[in-house]
Ligand binder design. Sequence first.
Ligand code: NAP
Length: 490
Amino acid sequence: MIHEHRHLVEHGAELVELRLDYIIGQISLKRLLVERPSPVIVTCRRPEDRGKWSGTEEARATLLRHSIALGVEYVDLEEDVAAQIPRFGSTKRIISFHDFGKTPDNLADIHRRLADLDADIVKMATMANSPHDNVRMLRLVRDADIPTIGMCMGEMGTCSRILVGKFGAPFTYATFHHERALAPGQLSYHDMKHNYRYDQIDRQTDVYGVIADPIGHSLSPIIHNACFEHFGMNRVYVPLRIPREELDQFMENANELGILGISVTIPHKEAVIRKLNKVHGAVRSINAANTVVFNGKGAVGYNTDYHAAMQCIDVAMGIEATKQLLAGKTALVLGAGGVAKAIVFGLTRRGAEVTIANRSQERAEQLAADFDCQTISWARRHAVNADLIINATPVGMHPNVDETPYEKRYLRPGIVVFDTVYNPESTLLLKDAFQQNCKVVTGVEMFVRQAARQFQLFTGQEPPMELMRETLKRTTGAVKMQPKAEEDEG
Ligand code: NAP
């Protein structure tokens, strides 16, 4: 613990929580505290609070009192013991409350009870069962008359751990390392400091985010935050897990959370349209928006996937955008989902002859009918003599990197092969295409271009494309190793 404490301080941590209940065996407070390299919070949780303390309650209280006598900067006391451990010296009292099942309706009452226990800081951590729980918690932090840290646990609560700084909390909690998450939805110190730049967040910080369900390891926060940092912008981009049925409530809450723009992904790309005041370009034709800007007058929708895919194709085919220069060219689109739809719309608009092959034929036919093009059964897809083959299915995506949606021997030299899958960048399909002397377009290029256009819509600035490419490539190597968190909050 001493070693890790030093390590964190060397990496910029200003305040470190020492979880005494994680120490196995004899606890030497003097060793831990005498030459401590930074201010500390001393916390010792019982099993009923999801801690690891196995000693008696009396021994725990003695440990906490002893820490206070040694002059620790903060001590964390649960509501039921706070009255028995009186204030002494300069140690500040964090009175804490945890609910691992829900975010209770009566947050304000609980806060009042905790504040009345001679609190310097109130800490509340509750499970988010709805994105709206974050809003209730952050409102409480904003309106509290004593310093308050209010966070929601769970994947749906992650954004509250970051945004609590905007709402006035004195600090937030993060874990020593991402493999040491003590609660679902908790972020590592490294992520909190270097990705979300928590130290820079204040009441003026503008908020952006990605809405999805599941949110998984969305790469958008890493890319957009790197760009905000590059320009020294007081903005933060957060992951927002929004279940399908919560979209309407989220759109109503966006303003209160300080959100000025969102990336929209599965399952909201279609549903979000009815919440928009205005749409641009291809959104109506594709019936999908992947970007929303809140411009003060309302919500405006865009589809940057469409723009990005068309730019990629234009560059690969060596043509200028927006001209009907694909006339006479044949394209085979694999897949009939959201991305396929945007691509089919763009290709037919550019005059290409498009054939769609999809695992479920019915969906292929529906898409073909919408845009007046052909279909071929999935089994016969290799029979199309295409100048351009586009994979708009997840086949080949991590972890199924040995799969390809198209057999190598049918790839003819000189054709363009575009794989929308971006993790890994070099899919089996693209490796095969490269070996067959095809021109290759990567999903990374599409991802970067769609994010770049979003950045431009969010900020009005030219996007730093090279930084975006580097950040994405670096991250797709790292995201595979994220662990599953235990259910506990420090
Ligand atoms: P979607 O709406 O869920 O559609 C998925 C499509 O893939 C459907 O046509 C589905 O066929 C087909 N499919 C799924 N699993 C398959 C399998 N094992 N074998 C054959 N076909 C299969 O998803 P989407 O939003 O269009 O996204 C599709 C892919 O695009 C994603 O997986 C992602 O890799 C890529 N993408 C890339 C970017 C980028 O910027 N590079 C952005 C977004 C998405 P059925 O109709 O039969 O289910």
